[in-house]
Ligand binder design. Structure first.
Ligand code: ATP
Ligand code: MG
Length: 423
């Protein structure tokens, strides 16, 4: 016997009924993005490796250890998309979108990261995210945060927390860098290996470390707010005022810096205690330097990425697994003659009804068919046996109330009407 082939570690097969929850969330996402005036963008699942090295940053976890990189047959180094922002900016640049003014783009789809698989952390996962380009002011920051928060609010997730911070710009960042160096350097040998290595190249990165050894030093690190330049402080204060006016609750958390290198000013995360160790469901911020660093014009931008798997976990933690409501019809034919008469009716009903029409084509007893109807969560059964066939009618059984009624066999429209009345 050949051995069974299983899905790669850290990946998940998603199939019914779970796909229903995915589809429902994706439907809400597309609708929400539309209401905020965002258009969908789809980019290739792989890109030149260089894009992520430049667009995400060499000292990030993603580039240092998480990328799925391979040489294609032409010896070019390619990488499976580990995040969407760099590809979206690459595409916008390539197709000259920035010359048409501000852009509002969103995406939904898979990312690939070589991680240690655990609850809420996979090697293929999915993100919904938005990118708003062309606005330097805090209104755009508010807009993307409001969009993310609306998704949380619309799902009645009450334990979610919005954390915001500002990590300054080219003017005040160097001062903060120095303050951090001064803070961490005396303890360099007590830090994790990653942090020791990153200290000189990018001390901000240390604040993002999840290593327990770094914890105590992160907790006592100076906050960026103390060194923000006037322009950055004004921007941050305006954002906070807007959030207040829009009734979006937040906390200022000086430890939030975000994983990518090109963030400027606003950074934010949405967390939930329902998620356990992987508590962050959404992360974002402003990255005014990114487009330029990819060889484009100086275009300010702000956005976020939200993990679909973690968001679904939050929904389930709050609402539990929702019982599927009964819907649709199980067409049940008893015998080959009845089957021949019922198959065209089922096909026609699929045109007429806004609900699933199921039919099993094997010879089975009525009871077996009704079991299948239960498994399909069908609300009605249409039963056609030899007696009904001779009498020229179909029995419509309401599987919730167990009531039977008869409808003439001839036209599917009559059956559809009867189902409508019985509902
Ligand atoms: P973490 O700190 O949990 O590693 P991150 O900072 O690497 O997250 P981002 O790159 O900001 O995450 O991605 C945004 C969101 O995408 C995360 O908050 C999370 O919900 C989701 N996400 C990222 N990586 C994974 C993964 N490997 N598996 C599942 N979801 C993920
Ligand atoms: Mg990560």
């Amino acid at each position: 016997m050949p051995s069974k082939i299983t899905a790669p570690r850290g990946t998940q097969d998603i199939f019914p009924p779970v796909t229903r929850a995915w589809l429902a969330l994706e439907t809400v996402i597309h609708d929400l993005a539309r209401r905020f005036g965002y258009g969908e963008i789809r980019t290739p699942m792989f890109e030149a490796t260089e894009l992520f090295v430049r667009g995400v940053g060499e000292t990030t976890d993603i580039v240092e250890k998480e990328m799925y990189t391979f040489l294609d047959k032409g010896e070019r180094s390619m990488t499976l998309r580990p995040e969407w922002t760099a590809p979206v900016m690459r595409a916008a640049l390539e197709h000259n979108l920035f010359s048409h003014g501000p852009q509002r783009l969103y995406y939904v789809g898979p990312i690939f990261r070589y991680e240690r698989p655990q609850k809420g952390r996979y090697r293929q996962s999915h993100q919904f995210g938005v990118e708003c380009t062309g606005f330097a002011g805090p209104e755009a920051d508010l807009e993307v945060i409001a969009l993310a928060w609306e998704l949380v609010r619309a799902h009645g997730i009450t334990d979610a927390e919005l954390n915001i911070n500002s990590i300054g710009d080219d003017v005040c960042r160097p001062k903060y860098r120095d303050a951090l160096l001064e803070h961490f350097r005396p303890h360099v040998h007590e830090l994790s290996a990653d942090s020791q290595r990153r200290l000189d190249r990018n001390p901000l990165r240390l604040l993002d470390s999840k290593d327990e050894r770094d914890r105590p030093f992160i907790e006592t690190a100076p906050s960026f707010e103390s060194v923000l330049c006037d322009a950055c402080r004004e921007h941050f204060d305006a954002l906070k005022a807007y959030l207040g006016e829009c009734n979006i609750p937040f906390v200022v958390n000086p430890q939030i810096v975000r994983g990518l290198d090109y963030y400027t000013r606003t950074v934010f995360e949405i967390t939930s205690s329902a998620l356990g160790a992987q508590s962050t469901v959404c992360g974002g911020g402003r990255y005014d330097g990114l487009v330029k660093s990819l060889g484009g014009p100086d275009v300010p931008a702000v956005g976020f990425a939200l993990g679909i798997e973690r968001f679904l976990m939050m929904i389930e933690a709050v609402h539990g697994e929702r019982a599927l409501p009964r819907s649709g019809v199980q067409a049940i034919a008893l015998g080959s003659q009845a089957r021949a008469a019922l198959v065209p009716v089922a096909v026609e009903l699929r045109r007429l009804l806004d609900a699933p029409v199921f039919m099993d084509y094997e010879d089975r007893k009525l009871l077996a068919h009704l079991k299948i109807a239960d498994r399909n969560h069908a609300r009605f059964a249409l039963v056609l046996g030899s007696d009904e066939l001779a009498g020229g009618h179909i029995v419509v059984r309401d599987l919730e109330t167990r009531e039977d009624r008869r409808v003439p066999l001839g036209r599917a429209a009559d059956v559809a009407a009867a189902l409508g009345e019985a509902r």
